[in-house]
Design a protein around this ligand. Structure first.
Ligand code: TRP
Ligand code: ZN
Length: 467
């Protein structure tokens, strides 16, 4: 086969060049500076997988609003590495070590590139520690909303969807790399610090500061990590026969307005367990605070954040995300409707089960809107948002929920409820994309044809012609 000779020679030459370019025993390359997310291409990094974040933070809301942090990541290399990136936006890096040896690093935009003293081998577990400090930033997203480190009247609140966690700790800031967390926050005495997971320690130092240590035992995407610093009215309780711990922290100015709706937390959790299956995490709760520059709720893991007293529907929505979004996390930001379509459908089901409109009625009312009187609703398909500025628009939330209703119409109520619970169980604590979902549904109802639902409702442009 003479034709392949030049190919073989070219391969050998390339190999020789690669080999001579390396000095030590490991022939590594740098990990990538992004994971090719279709909407946020620089988010996340290639070449490693984080298993655990250990964050030690100190924050003083007075004066310079200074944050001091030490982040130790336990990660596994997924290739031979000469260097790798972390995402970090703003702040000042004071030093980096890898496996305890000081490492070289440099910064360009949101990329912190670390060059370990020794190359890392594929599959090797390693520890990287970054010491940093400074005044953390608020980010403006493509849709004009604010996230990242937000100030409140008496402290701060960190919100990270989609890429704001990099404003307060270095990491692999993409939903595809979930990890466990230990977050310790030291604040001036008299203030409190609330985060994800369970409060394992509260210690007072002789220097007039208090450290709150929070442990997140189940895998968490970085966008769901939060810290709230300030004065809070705190109530602790347990829910249900399994005594699920609940930790509720409310800005004292919002306590009165929040009391009635927050009393529904046990009822909502129990209804959601009945509807979606076992609660996926070891604790629950709520944070109510008033960030400057942001007025949205967010499904931060274990305890969602509300920018003021929530209404029942929003509480149902954010708690439903604990199953859909937090436990089953989208593989990329294109799969957002797997979060928002489900959380919106949870609102419809809650109404239906509590004396409100049936989901069918809600669907019909929405479908009655045409492309001219409700252009927003039909402006792009839920399975393929037009661009990063529109990932939280109506088609993702409302038309996403309509996709679920179409499935329900086809398979019937019993099979549909089985799909809701089964989907949450099948990808519990993991990641999934839209293709995983359509394959799952088809497997649950092998005799049905979902072709037109996927084609017209999930991926089709414009208002589907048939309902
Ligand atoms: N996920 C939030 C919710 O549904 C809304 C939200 C807040 C959001 N920030 C975002 C959605 C950034 C997309 C991007 O309650
Ligand atoms: Zn939502």
């Amino acid at each position: 086969m003479p034709r392949s000779v030049p190919v073989v020679l070219a391969v050998l030459l390339a190999l020789a060049l690669t080999l001579t370019a390396c000095d030590g025993g490991v022939h590594g390359t740098p990990g990538g500076s992004g994971v090719h997310d279709p909407y946020f291409p620089r988010a996340g990094n290639g070449g490693y997988d984080v298993g655990h974040y250990d964050l030690k933070l100190a924050y003083d809301p007075a004066g310079a609003h200074r944050l001091t942090g030490t982040a130790t990541l336990t990660a596994r290399a997924t290739q031979d590495l000469t260097a790798f990136d972390l995402d970090l936006d703003g702040l000042h890096v004071d030093g980096v070590t890898v496996e305890g040896r000081s490492a070289r690093w440099n910064r360009a935009g949101q990329e912190l590139t670390v060059r370990p003293h020794d190359d890392l081998r594929d599959h090797e577990t390693f520890h990287v520690t970054v010491r940093y400090s400074g005044t953390p930033q608020t980010l403006t997203d493509p849709d004009g909303s604010h996230e990242g480190w937000l100030r409140t009247a008496d402290g701060a609140l960190a919100l990270g969807e989609p890429v704001g966690s990099m404003t307060w700790f270095p990491g692999n800031d993409h939903p595809s790399d979930k990890a466990t967390y230990d977050i310790a926050i030291t604040v001036p005495k008299g203030l409190q610090a609330v985060s994800n997971g369970e409060l394992t320690r509260e210690t007072n130092s002789s220097r007039g500061r208090t450290t709150f240590t929070w442990h997140t035992a189940e895998p968490m995407a970085s966008y769901l990590a939060t810290v709230a610093v300030g004065h809070y009215d705190i109530s602790r309780s347990t829910i249900g026969k399994d005594r699920l711990p609940a930790y509720v922290a409310v800005d004292p100015a919002q306590t009165k307005a929040s009391r009635k709706v927050l009393a529904k937390l046990p009822e909502i959790i129990e209804w959601e367990e009945h509807t979606f299956g076992a609660y996926p995490f070891s604790s629950t709760g709520v944070i109510v605070d008033r960030p400057q520059d942001a007025e949205y709720a967010l499904e931060t893991q274990n305890r969602p954040v509300f920018p003021g007293a929530p209404d029942t529907t929003t509480l149902v929505h954010e708690l439903a995300h604990q199953w859909y979004g937090d436990s089953v996390t989208p593989s990329t930001w294109r799969d957002m409707w797997l979060n928002e379509g489900f959380a919106t459908y949870a609102e419809w089901l809650w109404a239906e089960d509590h004396g409100g409109d049936s989901a069918q009625k809600t669907f019909d009312t929405l479908y009655a809107h045409g492309e001219d009187d409700h252009p927003h609703l039909w402006s792009f398909p839920p399975g393929k948002p037009s661009d990063a500025a529109h990932i939280s628009d109506d088609p993702v939330y409302v038309r996403g929920a309509m996709v679920l209703h179409k499935i329900r119409q086809k398979v019937g109520d019993t099979a549909f409820r089985r799909i809701l619970r089964g989907w949450a169980a099948a990808h519990r604590h993991g990641n999934a994309d839209t293709g995983d979902f359509t394959a799952y549904v088809e497997k649950q109802a092998p005799d049905e044809d979902f072709g037109s639902i996927w084609r017209d409702w999930l991926y089709g442009d414009g208002k589907p012609e048939t309902r």
